[in-house]
Design a protein around this ligand. Structure first.
Ligand code: CP
Ligand code: NVA
Length: 304
C-alpha cells in the first residue's frame, strides 16, 4: 500500500533514524560522484501554491540524481481547487506520475491529495507543517553535534508550520525543545498535546526568549510572517522585535551552539547579519541537506 509523508509523525522513530542513515549514504555517494539511479524512469509531480527556492530546486535536483524527473507545476497552471478539484488533480496526476510533492496553503489540501492519489504524496510545506525541512534540519544537527538526543533545541519566534514540525519531531525523537514566542503566537495546541502524550521529549512553550535559548545547543528561527500572512507583516514586525536572534540573545546559549534558519531569512528582522554570517551559523549546510534528506524520503516512498 502506498504511503504518504504529510507530517513527521507519519514515520516511526526507527523509520526516521533510517532516513538519516540513508540520507548520509546518498550524500556520500553524491559527493563521490557515484551514480545511484534508484528511481530510474520515475517522475514526481511538484505542485506549488506558494513560491519556493529550496524546496523546488532540491526536489527537482534530487529526482534527477536518483535517475528520475521532477515536473514543476506553478500556482497559475493547475489552479488547485479552482480550475479543478483537489480530488481530480490527485487522480489525474496519479495516472502520469509515481509521486506527488505539494506546497499548499491549507493542510487539508495536501490531505485531500493524499486521500485521492494512488501514488505517495509528500508535504512540501503547508500552513500547518513543513516536515521535510525539519528532518533536513535534524540531519544537520546530527552532522554538527554527532547526536539527535541529549540536546536542547530553542526555537525562537512565530509558532508556525516550522515550529509545529519541531514539535512533531519531539514526538518521535527524545530531545529538549523550548519554543520562545509571544503570547498569541503559540504553535498548534493539538500537535503539542500529541507530542506531550508521547512522553519522549521535554517540550516547553515560553514567552521569554532568554529563557528559551538558555544553554541551548541549537538555536533556530524563522520568518515572523509566513507566506500567506503578508498583510500582518507590519504588526508582526513590532510584536516579534524582542525575539530577534542577535549576538546578545545568542550569548545566553551554549558557547558551542549552532544556529539554524530554514530560509529565506529576513536579515535585520528575525536574525541579524552578524549571527547569520557568524561562526555559529550552519544555515547553508542546512539548506543543502534539504536535498539529501528528501532523496532519502523519495527512495523510502517511491522505490519499487
Ligand atoms: N526552506 C524552504 O522551504 O525554502 P523555500 O521556501 O525556498 O522552498
Ligand atoms: N514559515 C515559513 C517557512 C518558509 C520556508 C512560511 O511558511 O512561509
Amino acid at each position: 500500500m502506498k504511503r504518504d509523508f504529510l507530517q513527521i509523525t507519519d514515520f516511526s522513530q526507527d523509520e526516521i533514524v533510517g532516513l538519516f542513515e540513508l540520507a548520509k549514504e546518498l550524500k556520500d555517494k553524491t559527493k563521490q560522484g557515484i551514480t545511484h539511479h534508484i528511481l530510474k524512469g520515475q517522475t514526481l509531480a511538484m505542485l506549488f501554491q506558494k513560491p519556493s527556492t529550496r524546496t523546488r530546486v532540491s526536489f527537482e535536483v534530487g529526482m534527477y540524481q536518483l535517475g528520475g524527473h521532477g515536473l514543476y507545476l506553478s500556482p497559475a497552471e493547475v489552479g488547485l481547487g479552482k480550475r479543478e478539484s483537489v480530488a481530480d488533480v490527485a487522480r489525474v496526476l496519479s495516472r502520469f506520475n509515481d509521486g506527488i510533492m505539494a506546497r499548499v496553503f491549507g493542510h487539508d489540501i495536501v490531505e485531500g491529495l493524499a486521500k485521492y492519489a494512488d501514488v505517495p504524496v509528500i508535504n512540501g510545506l503547508s500552513d500547518l507543517a513543513h516536515p521535510c525541512q525539519i528532518l533536513g534540519d535534524m540531519l544537520t544537527v546530527i552532522e554538527h553535534k554527532g547526536k539527535y538526543s541529549d540536546l536542547k533545541v530553542a526555537y525562537i519566534g512565530d509558532g508556525n508550520n516550522v515550529a509545529n514540525s519541531w514539535i512533531n519531531l519531539a514526538a518521535r525523537l527524545p530531545f529538549t525543545l523550548y519554543i520562545g514566542c509571544p503570547n498569541g503566537y503559540e504553535p498548534d495546541q493539538q500537535l503539542l498535546n500529541n507530542a506531550e502524550a508521547q512522553g519522549l521529549s521535554e517540550i516547553k512553550i515560553v514567552s521569554d526568549p532568554v529563557e528559551a535559548v538558555k544553554d541551548a545547543d541549537v538555536v533556530y528561527t524563522d520568518v515572523w510572517a509566513s507566506m500567506g500572512q503578508e498583510e500582518e507583516a507590519a504588526v508582526r514586525e513590532k510584536v516579534f522585535q524582542p525575539y530577534q536572534v542577535n549576538s546578545k540573545l545568542l550569548s545566553s546559549a551554549d558557547k558551542e551552539c549552532i544556529v539554524l534558519h530554514c530560509l529565506p531569512a529576513h536579515r535585520g528582522s528575525e536574525i541579524t547579519d552578524e549571527v547569520m554570517d557568524g561562526p555559529h551559523s550552519v544555515v547553508f549546510d542546512e539548506a543543502e541537506n534539504r536535498l539529501h534528506i528528501q532523496k532519502a524520503i523519495l527512495v523510502k516512498l517511491m522505490a519499487k
